[in-house]
Design a protein around this ligand. Sequence first.
Ligand SMILES: [Cu+2]
Length: 163
Amino acid sequence: MKRVFIASVAGLVMVAGLAACGSEPEAPVETAPEAPDGISVTDGRMNLPAATGNPASVYFNVVNDGTEMQTMRSVHVAGAESAMFHETAEWEGRVDMQQLEQIPVMAGETAVFEPGGKHVMAFNLAEGMEPGGEVEVTITFVRGDKVSFPARLLAPGDDGSAN
Ligand SMILES: [Cu+2]
């Protein structure tokens, strides 16, 4: 799968605050989402936190087989009180996380969410989430289209590659 780094369009990405692992809840997601033209999501997975109460990390690939750029605006994780896009990167010599307000994915490209890079942080998880389970994740795009996909629940640190 082609990997896409969005550094070239970093100007489009609004960054709000450094290392914000705790913030406002997202607006609730409506039912019956409809994906933008050509958008699909593969390999959804969520690493459960090692300690109860900590946030979980969600990873996946957003494939844009359409003819237009699509821009992700928000994310909802079922069973989490709130969720947001994050990126892990090095700034001035130290590795840190930032919130991303919007994430574009160009026509014909794939936005990869993976450990050490872009990811979704899910906060205040419901009880009873166990490895082997699944949750639904919904991404909303700037024009209001949505795509939902399952994320497999993995133990902390499990990269899911054995599955
Ligand atoms: Cu994060």
